[in-house]
Design a protein around this ligand. Structure first.
Ligand SMILES: [Zn+2]
Length: 77
């Protein structure tokens, strides 16, 4: 696939630059907006630049907030 095409793509939300994540360096092939913490999937080489198709990096991994929310969860139960 022509990666120059991907370099022209910008985030549909903030119009900012996107980081191109692809295996084997990254688990998934996707275009990441670090400003919005959104990852747009690349399916069969076609970037899906739709906000409602994007994966939320914060919600999915939750590495930074997992500790506090898990602790709060345990307190509640
Ligand atoms: Zn963005």
């Amino acid at each position: 696939m022509d990666t120059r095409l991907l370099n022209l793509l910008v985030c549909p939300v903030c119009k900012g630059p996107l980081a191109h994540h692809r295996p084997p360096h990254n688990e998934r092939h996707e275009l990441v907006c670090n400003a919005d913490r959104l990852a747009f999937p690349v399916r069969d080489g076609i970037p899906v630049m739709l906000e409602n198709e994007a994966r939320s990096l914060d919600g999915d991994t939750g590495r930074e907030s997992a500790t506090t929310s898990a602790a709060a969860d345990r307190q509640a139960h």
